[in-house]
Design a protein around this ligand. Structure first.
Ligand code: ATP
Length: 212
């Protein structure tokens, strides 16, 4: 397992890993040592051919009649997803959505922790929500330090690009963008865009046009 080149794992596969990871962890917790691809497929809603292909990238070849070894897979996933190290995350914009994230305990299902948040609203600055202190955005550079890897952006869209520039300047390489704004960032910064209203609209569209 040590000599698997993790850069060779396709991005689509890498994106599914947390899904697999969460389910396998619950299997392990319930004392199961093996799982078939059809069982996994049913649980994570990914077809079993895709699962087999995903797993083949890291040398987990299921045996006929046995399936996959849960511990082997988990060890691999932990390594790949860096579950052994805590990833520090910051959040900018403590509105309704931002507040929900601060109250949500991400550490339960993966080793990420939001350890500070920023806003410009003086009523919010100085407070703690979900044990996370809220600072003024003016103090971003000073407070952020070198070890924060990801920023969650839950500000109004007109403020998004300016804040993204600050985030980039602070050396943060990952942005989870919940605003509708399309962000321009340098090539070495990764933005994952989650526009909840677009997702909802697209789900409604699929339900209407492609009923199952
Ligand atoms: P609320 O009801 O608390 O205003 P909301 O989610 O409806 O929540 P938004 O207008 O989307 O409000 O703003 C989200 C948060 O972003 C708010 O807490 C707001 O104070 C903050 N915010 C607005 N502009 C900026 C900015 N330029 N930089 C940082 N935070 C900002």
């Amino acid at each position: 397992m040590d000599n698997i080149d993790q850069t060779k794992i396709p991005q689509a596969t890498a994106k599914r890993l947390p899904l697999y990871y969460r389910f396998l962890e619950s299997l392990q917790a319930s004392g199961k040592h093996r799982v078939s691809s059809s069982e996994l497929s049913e649980a994570v809603k990914v077809d079993s051919a895709t699962i087999r292909r995903d797993f083949s990238y890291f040398g987990a070849l299921g045996k006929k009649g046995y399936g996959y070894n849960v511990n082997y897979l988990l060890t691999f996933f932990r390594k790949t997803l860096d579950q052994d190290e805590v990833t520090r995350v910051t959040l900018v914009g403590v509105g309704n959505l931002g507040t929900a994230f601060l109250n949500y305990n991400f550490t339960k299902s993966n080793n990420t922790v939001i350890d500070m948040a920023f806003d410009v609203d003086h009523d919010k600055v100085g407070q703690n929500i979900g044990n996370v202190p809220i600072y003024h955005l003016d103090d971003f550079k000073e407070k952020i330090g070198p070890n924060v890897e990801v920023a969650i952006l839950t500000v109004p869209s007109h403020a998004a690009q300016g804040i993204a520039d600050d985030i980039v300047e602070a050396g943060i390489k990952g942005i989870l963008n919940f605003t509708p704004a399309r962000l321009s960032v340098p090539d070495d910064v990764r933005v994952h865009h989650i526009d909840l209203s677009v997702e909802l609209q697209s789900l409604v569209y699929f339900l209407k046009h492609y009923p199952m």
